[in-house]
Ligand binder design. Structure first.
Ligand SMILES: *Cc1c(COP(=O)(O)O)cnc(C)c1O
Length: 354
């Protein structure tokens, strides 16, 4: 830290991304990326010709991409906001809809960035405890005076709440924005996006990083009422109007054209997830019932931390969180079948030795 950093940032607890060690080749099951490459259309359209246009700024409106996304989900372009990863929408939303006066509420176990943005923007936030079964306690979010932020399905638990429960939350908070982060919804969860037609306080956030094999392109989008989208645009045009680079824009458009490819890959991941659950049971693990592309699992035979470390020593990366509430668990991203089989082989070896 330099002596120049202003006070309010000095004690900031930053977000810790999943590790990406370079000392050897790992089977990477720690950041919930897709194990599959982008679709052929994406590979074809991000061409040398497009690269040669990088001297030009991208379209700040992202018009073509917005139109395609709007069309896919049956909304108007004015209901769509495009961002540099969905993290940027979260950031903009905390800026736009939360403050010291306007608090936020989110689960105590959820996506780590909510807290970081809350701290960064000086938001008075409340972390509502999950229930003992690790589900979100819906009652905590009814009739609040705060901006509500919920990942559904939640991470790192993988558990969902119903669209009915979300509607009750949205309905009971007409004076507050309700942000539903659907990063994992394409893996078998139920989207609440249809509620956007009925409620002007609901913002649904999606990402290309998980189900659309594009974590490296940094692309996310939100669907909400025109008024909410206008608010996000105020922030965007006051920080970085060209928030999406030309290549990512093109890749994002091509991915929507190839939507069937991604639907199929998600199905494949769900199949591998169910296979993996069975394997984990056979190995004596228990897990929460995942609607996502990861499994939150634990074993009585080995602590979460030791299992994580031993896997890493053997070339397999999973995610472990030190928070005492979930420290018994590891979060395992669902990879390809052969990546998962490698995980199970290493696990068998590790369990034999403990
Ligand atoms: C991965 C993830 C995001 C962020 O994704 P981006 O890569 O920034 O689009 C947001 N929310 C949750 C719950 C996530 O797991």
């Amino acid at each position: 830290m330099s002596k120049f950093l202003i006070n309010k940032y000095q004690s900031l607890e930053v977000y810790t991304p999943g590790e990406q060690p370079k000392d050897m080749e790992y089977v990477k099951l720690n950041t919930n990326e897709s194990p599959f490459p982008p679709s052929q259309g994406v590979l074809d359209r991000v061409s040398k010709e497009e690269l040669s246009k990088l001297n030009l700024y991208p379209d700040p409106e992202c018009k073509l991409l917005k139109d395609k996304i709007a069309n896919l989900y049956g909304f108007d372009s004015e209901n769509i906001f495009i961002s540099n990863g969905s993290d940027e929408i979260l950031s903009f939303s905390f800026m736009a809809f939360c403050s010291e006066e306007k608090g936020a509420i989110f689960p105590n176990i959820s996506y780590g960035f909510y807290k970081v943005y809350g701290d960064l923007y000086g938001v008075d936030y409340t972390e509502a405890p999950l229930k003992d079964d690790f589900t979100v306690n819906v009652n905590d979010y009814l009739n609040t005076d705060k901006t509500v932020v919920i990942a559904n399905p939640n991470a790192p638990t993988g558990l969902s709440i119903s669209v009915e429960d979300i509607e009750n939350i949205v309905k009971s908070n007409p004076e507050n924005v309700v942000l539903i982060d659907e990063a994992y919804v394409d893996f078998g969860g139920k989207s609440c996006v249809e509620l956007v037609r009925k409620y002007d306080n609901l913002l649904v956030v999606r990402t290309y990083s998980k189900s659309r094999s594009m974590a490296g392109a940094r692309l996310g989008f939100a669907i909400g009422s025109k008024a909410l989208i206008d608010d996000l645009n105020r922030i965007k045009y006051s920080t970085n109007p060209y928030n999406i680079n030309r290549l990512t824009l093109i890749a994002g458009e091509a991915a929507i054209d190839d939507n069937d490819y991604y639907v199929d890959r998600c199905k494949e991941i769900v199949e591998i997830r169910e296979y993996s659950k069975k394997k984990l049971s056979e190995l004596g693990f228990t897990y929460l019932d995942s609607d996502t592309n990861f499994i939150f699992a634990k074993s009585d035979k080995i602590s979460g931390e030791e299992y994580y470390k031993k896997l890493k020593d053997n070339g397999v990366l999973v995610r472990h969180f030190s928070n005492p509430i979930i420290t018994d668990f590891v979060r395992i991203t669902v990879g390809t079948r052969s990546q998962m089989d490698r995980l199970f082989a290493e696990t068998e070896k590790i369990l034999r030795e403990v």
